[in-house]
Design a protein around this ligand. Structure first.
Ligand code: PEP
Ligand code: MG
Length: 592
């Protein structure tokens, strides 16, 4: 039966594929595709894991048979029998075999997928006793997983091997070549980064806001995604056909052939439109009144420099270096590793400037997904970004040295996130000096850097003279600026409707920052998600912005808006929008 689920549209386009449900508690279980000739070995691996658990249970049974009823209650023996029985369960064994043989899932993925399906069957049972067996099933699967540990375990799918003779027809195809869409309750930004190299055609998560970092990474991958879809991961079943409408924020499950055809058409239209935009690749971003606009790229990993160049970016406006630090189980990258990564990005940009932001972990970007910041009541207001760097001087100095050394290979701009206080600015500058002195003592080569600050806390936007005194350029992080101005957690879908880039207070802070920088002759750009939103391009131009930094995939669409704009007409209109009671209404009215 067809039904739809509504969430937040975070990444454009239409994806049609079969659902792959990833249980969030198990996202750290390896998920990858095996080759067709590895099927037998993979089945043997699960079998070995299962046999080990059976052995373990036999041993337990023998030892409790020697105990008295006080040490080993009879229920325990009965429970072990149940576990033995569940290990032979046909649905479990057959299902695991199916996912490995027909879908080429690795053993752990196959096991957790089948567990998820069986768990749902248990949930639907009337009989309370049987319903409770779900926990037993989960326990034995966890034990099998543990028993299998120690073998190879890449974290996520790299490439999906094709199979000879696979059919391409979406409706008929039941082979490994069917597009897959990933559905999870939640995915950390680090998970998303892993998925970046993977095969999924789209993403859906139950939680998350439009500018949560998970959504940002989805957008950078340029594949359709919906977040904040509430209970979607519970409503969809493994392998269901799913349509993601990333423009409308809608997920359609089990679509009828008519709906499928309609969305197939929309999907092709979208592809055509993208193809058309490609024609603008070599056209300079200049407005109708001859204002040159700088379009820069936001990247997460050094390899993304390629996509930035391919999209015609004039540089990197934001390299979120924290993605090098996440999901490393406490093993932070050392100076050499960081230096190589920054150098790769710098060289990858072939002489164009690269703005490297120092690490911004914390809030919805934990270092490790297993270490959720429950210790602090409001992690978004806690020890994140520069606050964390200043609290970990050895780590900070290591990063600064690596960035300064990379600056010997090209134009580097050093960007500091989340500053608010003069004392933080002074400490940061002192650390940069210390890092230079350390490099001098070591006799290492390093290059000059321009120094910039992010304006993403209202206090910073209201203290511009301080920032302009110390920094060469400013970059407005609208994602956080909106979060902190409106007191809306950007990762919380329950308040997503209040997260408003067009709130007059936000517009005022953005407009004043741009105006003040221009008056002082300092470079200013916007690197938050507002910069890549084509519905806001004209407004930002009208407010005086001449430098936009966004995901490479958004550059051509924004350029198209720029080519159609005349800034001489936009300035007055933008002031009207900025001072309106309801700027969204004024904006919708257009500028003529
Ligand atoms: C921002 O806050 O707008 C920004 C660009 O930084 P991040 O999204 O990484 O917090
Ligand atoms: Mg930010």
């Amino acid at each position: 039966m067809t039904f739809s689920v509504h969430g937040l549209a975070v990444s454009r386009g239409i994806a049609i594929g079969r659902a792959v449900l990833v249980a969030s508690s198990r996202v750290d279980v390896a998920h990858y595709f095996i080759k067709p000739d590895e099927v037998d070995a993979e089945i043997a691996r699960v079998r070995a894991g299962r046999d080990a658990v059976v052995e373990e249970i036999y041993r337990l049974q023998t030892s409790i048979s020697r105990m008295g009823p006080k040490e080993a209650p009879t229920e325990l023996a009965a429970l072990l029998d149940v576990h033995l029985m569940l290990l032979q369960d046909e649905e479990l064994v057959g299902g695991v075999k199916h996912w490995i043989t027909d879908r080429l899932y690795n053993a752990e993925w196959a096991l957790t997928t089948q567990l998820e399906i069986i768990a749902r069957h248990f949930d639907e049972m009337e009989d309370a006793y049987l319903r409770e067996r779900k926990a037993d099933m989960e326990q034995i699967c966890e034990r099998v997983l543990r028993a299998m540990k120690g073998g190879q375990s890449p974290v996520l799918p790299a490439q999906r091997p094709g199979r000879k003779g696979a059919q391409q027809d979406l409706l008929l195809d039941d082979t490994v070549d069917v597009p897959l869409v990933l559905i999870a309750h939640d995915l950390s930004p680090a998970d998303m980064l892993q998925f970046k190299q993977s095969v999924f055609a789209g993403f859906i998560t139950d939680v998350g806001g439009k500018t949560s970092h998970t959504a940002i990474v989805a957008r950078s991958m340029d594949i359709p995604a919906v977040v904040g879809a509430r209970t979607c991961s519970q409503l969809v079943r493994q392998d269901d056909w799913v349509i993601i409408d990333g423009d409308a924020g809608v997920v359609i499950v089990d679509p009828s052939p008519i709906i499928l055809a309609e969305y197939g058409f929309k999907q092709r239209q979208g592809e055509l439109e993208r193809g058309r935009l490609q024609r603008l690749l070599h056209t300079p971003a200049v407005t109708m009144d001859d204002e040159k606009i700088q379009l820069l790229a936001n990247i997460e990993m050094p390899e993304d420099a390629q996509a930035a160049l391919k999209a015609g970016a004039l540089g990197v406006g934001l390299f979120r270096s924290e993605f090098l630090f996440m999901g490393r189980h406490g093993q932070l990258p050392d100076e050499e590793e960081q230096y190589r990564a920054y150098k790769k990005a710098v060289e990858g940009m072939e002489g164009l400037p690269v703005t490297i932001r120092t690490v911004d972990v914390g809030a919805d970007k934990p270092l490790d997904e297993s270490v959720h910041d429950d210790a602090h009541l409001n992690p978004a207001l806690g020890l994140r970004a520069i606050r964390w760097s200043l609290a970990e001087p050895a780590m900070f100095l290591t990063q600064l040295r690596a960035i300064l050394r990379a600056a010997a290979h090209g134009k580097v701009r050093l960007l500091i996130p989340m500053l608010a206080h003069a004392s933080e600015i002074r400490q940061t500058l002192a650390h940069i000096e210390r890092a230079r002195a350390q490099l001098d003592r070591r006799g290492d080569v390093y290059g000059p850097v321009q120094l910039g600050a992010m304006i993403e806390i209202p206090a910073a936007a209201l203290s511009l003279p301080l920032f302009l005194k110390y920094f060469d350029f400013l970059s407005i992080g609208t994602n956080d600026l909106i979060q902190y101005t409106l007191a809306i957690d950007r990762a919380d879908e329950s308040v997503a409707h209040l997260y408003d880039p067009l709130h007059p207070a936000v517009l005022r802070l953005v407009a004043d920052t741009i105006a003040e920088c221009r008056a002082q002759g300092k470079d200013v750009s916007v690197c938050g998600e507002m910069a890549g939103d084509v519905t806001l391009t004209r407004l930002l131009l009208g407010l005086g912005l001449r430098s936009f930094s966004m995901h490479p995939a958004q550059i051509l669409a924004v350029k198209q808006e720029i080519l159609r704009s005349d800034t001489t007409k936009l300035a007055l209109w933008a002031q009207r929008v900025r001072t309106a009671e309801d700027p969204a209404l004024e904006l919708a009215g257009g500028y003529v």
